[in-house]
Every structure is written in structure tokens, then in C-alpha cells.
Design a protein around this ligand. Structure first.
Ligand SMILES: [Fe+2]
Length: 196
């Protein structure tokens, strides 16, 4: 595997005022790169050093899983957002959202409920299940839907380190800002089309 986290797909100022430069600086430079450092240290001189990251996420347990999955999850999270995001999906993804949630508003409601309802640290996800239907789930700590055979389309980090600097304890305001102003439907569409 490649031993560096991917570059952020935008400048650290690009998601303000919804996510500040300070949050992205800490979150990307300290947390994301911190998980990568621990992962690199753990797999150095082992067979895992030559495996793709996704294989480690699928196979590892304990701290090795936690650090590998947190590297994967954060890379996926950065791409789940973009400056001037939000709005609605288009084309086939819009049709699938309407089929499985009723409309975009109901998707927002379910996603917000999952993101706010996750007790403690974790993630909220839009996934495609094995049967092709879309669903919203949350996961605890580093847990990743790939382990259950789902295809992730979008994710939101709901660890406190993702929002506390900007929103203090108001996780709901952060979730609303993500849905209304940041969510990257183009990325979700890419994942949706690739999974079929
Ligand atoms: Fe995080």
C-alpha cells in the first residue's frame, strides 16, 4: 500500500464557514495522519505492508483494524464533501434515493437521525446494500460498512474532533451544515455507478 494519506481534495479554507480551517488543520494533519503513522508502525516488516489498505480493513482486528479503518474512513470522508456542496443528487442516484427514502428531504431526516443518534464516537453512512437498495446506517468508533458487504456512498465523521472546534457540543448543527452545504453528490454518484 501507499504509505501516505491522500491530499485533501480542496484547500483547508474551502469548507468555511461550515468547517473551519482550524478544524481541517487539526483533523487532517493530526488525526488522519496520526492514524496513518500508527498503521505504518504496526505493519512495518509484516506481510500487511504489501497489502492494499482495503484488504487490511476487511481482515484485521483490534488496533490494527482501528487504525487502518480510520485511515480509510477519513480519506472517504474528505471526498464526501466539497465547497458549495449540498443540494440534491441527480439522474440514477436521485431515482434510487426517491425509491428507497421517498425524497431527498426524507433521506436528510434519516441521515441526520443516524448521525445524531450514534452514541459516542462514530460515523454516519449512506450505503448501497448487497441487494442494490440504499440505506442509512451509523457505525461506532472505526467500524466500516465494507466489513458487512455494503458499498459506502457517503460518510460523515461524528467523532467530536470533527466538529467540536466549530460547533462545540451541537452535533446536530454540524450534521445540518454537512447535508445542506457540503455533501458531495458527485462523489456519491461515482461510488453508486461503480458499485453496479
Ligand atoms: Fe475524524
Amino acid at each position: 500500500m501507499k504509505f501516505e494519506v491522500p491530499s485533501l481534495p480542496y484547500e483547508k479554507t474551502a469548507l468555511a464557514p461550515y468547517i473551519s480551517e482550524k478544524t481541517l488543520e487539526l483533523h487532517y494533519e493530526k488525526h488522519h495522519k496520526g492514524y496513518m503513522k500508527k498503521l505504518k508502525d504496526a505493519i512495518a516488516d509484516t506481510d500487511d505492508a504489501n497489502k492494499p489498505l482495503e484488504d487490511i480493513v476487511l481482515q484485521a482486528e483490534g488496533d490494527l483494524f482501528n487504525n487502518a479503518a480510520q485511515v480509510w474512513n477519513h480519506s472517504f470522508y474528505w471526498r464526501s464533501m466539497k465547497p458549495n456542496g449540498g443540494g440534491s443528487p441527480t439522474d440514477e442516484l436521485k431515482a434510487a434515493i426517491e425509491r428507497d427514502f421517498g425524497d431527498v428531504k426524507h433521506f436528510h431526516d434519516q441521515f441526520a437521525a443516524a448521525a445524531k443518534g450514534e452514541f459516542g464516537s462514530g460515523w454516519a453512512w449512506l450505503i448501497m446494500q448487497r441487494d442494490g437498495h440504499l440505506a442509512v446506517i451509523s457505525s461506532s468508533d472505526a467500524e466500516n460498512p465494507l466489513r458487512s458487504g455494503h458499498t459506502p456512498l457517503l460518510t460523515l465523521d461524528v467523532w467530536e474532533h470533527a466538529y467540536y472546534v466549530d460547533y462545540y457540543n451541537e452535533r446536530g448543527d454540524y450534521v445540518q451544515a454537512f447535508l445542506e452545504h457540503l455533501v458531495n453528490w458527485d462523489f456519491a454518484m461515482e461510488n453508486f455507478l461503480a458499485s453496479r
